[in-house]
Design a protein around this ligand. Structure first.
Ligand code: FE
Length: 352
């Protein structure tokens, strides 16, 4: 900044101080607040956010929308965006937001100590660009009458000719697919992953469509023999008291993929500090709060997920029913990085 600019800025600052001076004089300190842009919305949110306000006195203003709607809003707001913290779902989306310049790094020894290294995207100059706060697994569901579980024990086996005409997935351009494929690229390389993608397409029971719950329903209906779903959709149906959901789930088996090999693919919900956050200190406090025991439990349990902090346990009957499993050892940053290569591979394989 040059001298004249500094003077102008100071003058403008003084002027605005004079205008609001009366208001400021009345309260001991300016009200602290935090603008949260979140793609998550669950029943436990009230407890989660009230806990933060109680601890810090910082009021949370929430903007809640789908991941895509939030990203569009942030783009249109640009440098004037009031966003302090951005919470998104899936490493592929978080990475995309990073590439679009939406985050600034967060430096926090507390976060580094609490959140496992593979669930954070480290920033070049130290700290993290974004941080995972809960984990979900990409599991295999199959029709018990149509498919032998031993034929679908791995992601790789879904592409084996033995499963011809059985496999259903959601779109190949959805972040959940891109992250899964991105992780496979990291683990097995591009050539093996492309061969797998082609095998998947050859085995499709129908053109990819719908969300994860639609895949589970299609498996139950026998339209598909086997499908992939995020664990929380499965848990939601497992915990449902509706007779139609219970009848549906009676037809569906589930298994943890790749238990004898690389482990089951996991992903995250997470977030970071917005690039132009008007309240960066409050943003840092909030992201640290999300890594505390109480907040971790609310955050994960609200969507039937696992806390990112391994020592935190949630009392969730659905997760208990799923049991423990071996987790794939791939970092969320690598999944994010690989998503462009993943999309190219899926396009070449004509995975729609
Ligand atoms: Fe989802």
């Amino acid at each position: 900044m040059n001298k004249q600019l500094v003077l102008n800025t100071l003058a403008a600052g003084l002027l605005s101080l004079m205008t609001v001076g009366g208001a400021l004089a009345q309260s001991a300190k300016p009200a602290q607040e935090l603008n949260l842009y979140s793609a998550r919305h669950y029943q436990t949110d009230e407890l989660l956010y009230a806990g933060f306000t109680k601890q810090t006195g910082i009021k949370i203003n929430r903007i809640e929308a789908s991941d895509n709607a939030l990203i569009e809003r942030l783009k249109s707001e640009g440098a004037k965006s009031p966003a302090d913290v951005i919470l998104l779902v899936d490493a592929a989306r978080l990475w995309r937001a990073e590439k679009d310049g939406m985050f600034q790094p967060i430096q926090s020894a507390f976060i580094d100590e609490r959140i496992p290294e593979n669930l954070r995207a480290k920033a070049d100059g130290g700290g993290n660009t974004w941080v995972g706060y809960s984990t979900r697994a990409r599991v295999i569901v199959y029709n018990k009458a149509r498919v032998k579980p031993e034929n679908v024990t791995t992601y790789e086996k879904l592409a084996d000719p033995i499963n011809k005409g059985q496999v259903c997935t959601r779109s190949g351009s959805h972040p959940y697919m891109l992250s899964l494929v991105g992780a496979m690229i990291d683990r097995r390389g591009e050539a093996a992953t492309e061969a797998w993608a082609k095998g998947m397409v050859a085995n499709q029971a129908r053109a990819p469509r719908g969300g994860d719950t639609d895949q589970i329903k299609a498996v139950a209906a026998g339209e598909c023999g086997v499908a992939l779903t995020n664990s929380y959709y499965l848990v939601r149906l497992m915990r449902s008291t509706k007779p139609e959901d219970q009848a549906l789930m009676a037809k569906v088996g589930f298994l943890w993929p790749n238990q004898a090999t690389s482990g089951t693919h996991i992903n995250i919900a997470g977030g970071g500090i917005a690039k132009n956050a008007p309240h960066p200190e409050a943003a840092k406090k909030f992201l640290e709060y999300l890594a505390t025991d109480a907040a971790q439990a609310y955050f994960a349990d609200g969507n039937n997920e696992w806390p990112a902090v391994v020592s935190v346990k949630v009392e969730n009957p659905g997760l208990k029913q799923l049991g423990a499993f071996k987790v794939e050892d791939v970092s969320v940053a690598a999944m994010g990085r690989n998503q462009i290569a993943a999309q190219k591979i899926l396009d070449r394989a004509r995975f729609k």
